[in-house]
Design a protein around this ligand. Structure first.
Ligand code: NAP
Ligand code: ZN
Length: 355
């Protein structure tokens, strides 16, 4: 039987988030149900709630950095059992048959992947998917991740999006020991990018607009900090980077960052899903430089990243909040004032709704 579940969501782009009831499907043969304990707050949640990318369908219940304990499994589920600590990221379904899915890149499913929120729900006709700002969720077993038990539960939540979104390009472009790697933007994604690039043995440079974050950047694993607004400092680093990961969440000037790349080097965009300011073709032609993009990562790669984090004791640096403070948290993320990922303690949703 479908169940009514407590959630927090927005009913329009202008609305703040507030309590609401949503429906979760009954647990099918291939499904896992979990009680959500923690959910991270990604800047994509804000873009979607505020319809900044277009295509938001209301109500929007965001949240795709989900940690929880299994409460029920379907008859075909062999890998998970009641009580297991599990995670759900940005994907909850895909066709599983196309070449992209077969190659473990479900995010690029040719039939269209089902994202954790604001996607058409294949199981509940006429409804869209609702994310992790809720007390429970039912997910196909192929999209449930195992969480290493040695890691702090709340601080693990951001790995499900901020973690995989930075891990995947660092691995795909083969970042290795000794490479000079720039991470642009010290927010949720950026701080994970710094940790991973450091763990892979790179020489890590935090490229930030916020001088006040310099000490934190070094503690997180940056070897140097480059203030992007300082032209003299930018000139010193010209032509010296093997790889740059750009997490800036909005359209921006690319030329200053392109000029930092070595010949044949790549800058990967993960942030700005919107028009960028025009950049000069000469900046990439001279030096055969590349600009690329990357979208989260597949399920297999996400599990590999989680296992790596378990072995190397890597988690996110978080500010744990009660759900009633979510709207204030959104304003702080937009103001680039998060240290370095908000995570919602979902126990606060239960107590809030019983008031
Ligand atoms: P976030 O926590 O807000 O961090 C973004 C950081 O970028 C800010 O803290 C700030 O760092 C810097 N920044 C902000 N505005 C800037 C500007 N105008 N110019 C230069 N730097 C600026 O956001 P997030 O959660 O890490 O997400 C980053 C972006 O990635 C969002 O757009 C999100 O939607 C997107 N995203 C993409 C994927 C994917 O699969 N491709 C997955 C998840 C998220 P400093 O103070 O250090 O400058
Ligand atoms: Zn995200």
């Amino acid at each position: 039987m479908a169940t009514i579940t407590k959630a927090y969501g927005a009913t329009s782009a202008k609305d703040s988030l507030k309590p609401m009831d949503i429906t979760r499907r009954e647990v099918g043969a291939d499904d896992v149900k979990l009680d959500i304990t923690y959910c991270g707050v990604c800047h994509s949640d804000i873009h979607t709630v505020r319809n900044e990318w277009g295509g938001s369908s209301y109500p929007v219940v965001p949240g795709h950095e989900i940690i929880g304990r299994v409460t029920a499994v379907g008859a075909n589920v062999k890998n998970f059992k009641e009580g297991d600590l599990v995670g759900v990221g940005c994907l909850v379904d895909s066709c599983q048959e196309c070449s992209q899915c077969k190659n473990d890149m479900e995010q690029f499913c040719e039939q269209g992947a089902t994202f954790t929120y604001n996607s058409n729900d294949k199981h509940l006709e006429g409804k869209q998917t609702y994310g992790g700002y809720s007390s429970s969720v039912v997910v196909n077993k192929e999209f449930v991740l195992s969480i290493p038990e040695n890691l702090d539960e709340a601080a693990t939540a951001p790995l499900l999006c901020a973690g995989i979104t930075t891990w995947s390009p660092l691995r795909h472009w083969n970042v290795k020991k000794g490479d000079k790697v720039g991470i642009i933007g010290l927010g949720g994604l950026g701080h994970m990018g710094v940790k991973f690039a450091n763990a892979l043995g790179a020489h890590v440079v935090m490229i930030t607009t916020s001088p006040a974050k310099a000490d934190d950047a070094k503690q997180l694993g940056a070897h140097e900090v480059l203030i992007s607004k300082n032209e003299a400092e930018m000139t010193k680093h010209k032509g010296s980077f093997d790889f740059i990961l750009n997490t800036v969440p909005v359209g921006h000037k690319m030329d200053p960052y392109i000029s930092l790349l070595k010949n044949d080097a790549t800058m990967v965009l993960v942030g700005a899903v919107e028009p960028l300011e025009p950049f000069h073709g000469g900046g990439i032609i001279m030096g055969r430089k590349r600009i690329a993009g990357s979208l989260i990562g597949g399920i297999k790669e996400t599990q590999e990243m989680l296992d790596f984090c378990g072995e190397h004791n890597i988690v996110s640096d978080i500010e744990l909040i009660d759900i009633k403070n979510i709207n204030k948290a959104y304003d702080r993320v937009v103001a680039a004032d998060v240290k370095y990922r908000f995570v919602i303690d979902m126990a606060s949703l239960k107590s809030e709704m019983s008031l």
